[in-house]
Design a protein around this ligand. Structure first.
Ligand code: DHB
Ligand code: FE
Length: 281
């Protein structure tokens, strides 16, 4: 794997996130005129309500327009929408779902990561920094039947909070893989503990966060999509007990069921276990 030496920027990760979104196979939305009208009217009413409540001025309105243009030109719509909006879409989607809890996908999923066996080490650099982590568990149906041959598609930031494919200094495919469970539905993945993730501060989303006096951080997390034939895939994230920003995730995607409790193995490694339960599709 070759490493390109240059620092990640908002412009780089924003543009890459827009590119990744465009090339992903998103389910077609079949939306009636009535529904478009109702939803868009609701969004506009929310905006009109905020303008009236806060007596928004013309200079503020023009500044908002300039900022919206910048978000588009910087390719930051996936970043902005996945941080500030996706968690509510996930909340309403999950109301009718059974099985393990899901949460937001975020902008940094890439399909077709390396296929790996049930016991595997994620692709990483020879000198990959970070506390070694063993992440193990089982995939089952909600009735308890183990699901052998299930896929645990995992991606994560490195120990500096950067994602391969979106930060040019990282090798392609770093800390990404698709693990297939054994006949008992089990998996054991060796990786490193990710660092908290900071929204790029040099782009329009970061500028807004700074201007509003908010913080730009997400707690450290593993991303997962767990799939098994005949079952509804689960898109989720797992966090680490005691980690920073668990209570103040800028993307509001933490749920208490998704917090791992890593155990020190006495050899510098930590181990976490988590079982996934999938409902039938
Ligand atoms: C964003 C980044 C993430 O790593 C994530 O999990 C969710 C959102 C973002 O920058 O939009
Ligand atoms: Fe993430």
């Amino acid at each position: 794997m070759t490493t390109v030496e240059s620092s990640p920027t908002a412009a780089g990760s924003g543009a890459n996130a827009t590119e990744a979104f465009r090339s992903a196979q998103h389910e077609a939305a079949d939306v009636s005129p009535e529904r478009i009208s109702a939803v868009v009217r609701g969004v506009l009413q929310g905006v009109h309500g905020a303008i009236r409540e806060h007596k928004v001025t013309y200079p503020e309105f023009q500044a908002a327009k300039a900022w919206l243009i910048e978000v588009g030109e910087g390719g930051e719509w996936p970043l902005f929408l996945d941080v500030f909006v996706e968690h509510v879409v996930e909340e309403v989607t999950s109301e009718a779902q059974q099985g393990s809890k899901g949460t937001i996908l975020g902008p940094y999923y890439l399909p077709a990561a390396k296929s790996l066996p049930a016991k595997a080490t994620l692709p990483m650099r020879d000198d990959e920094k970070g506390t070694p982590l063993v992440f193990a568990g089982q995939v089952r149906d909600i009735d308890g039947t183990p699901l052998g041959g299930a896929e645990v598609d995992i991606w994560q930031a490195d120990s500096e909070g950067y994602y391969s494919g979106f930060a040019p200094h990282l090798p392609e495919g770093n800390l990404r893989g698709v693990v297939t469970t054994d006949e008992e539905g089990r998996f054991e993945i060796r990786t490193i503990q990710p660092a908290p993730y900071q929204i790029p501060t040099d782009g329009p989303t970061g500028k807004l966060i700074t201007a509003a006096g908010w913080h730009p951080w997400r707690p450290a997390h593993l991303h997962l999509i767990v799939r098994a034939p005949g079952h509804r895939p689960i898109t989720t994230q797992l966090y680490f007990q005691g980690g920073e920003y668990l209570e103040s995730d800028v993307a509001e995607a933490v749920k208490p069921e998704l917090v791992l409790d890593p155990q020190d193995q006495g050899d510098g490694t930590v181990k976490s276990t988590y079982d996934f339960e999938l409902e039938r599709a």
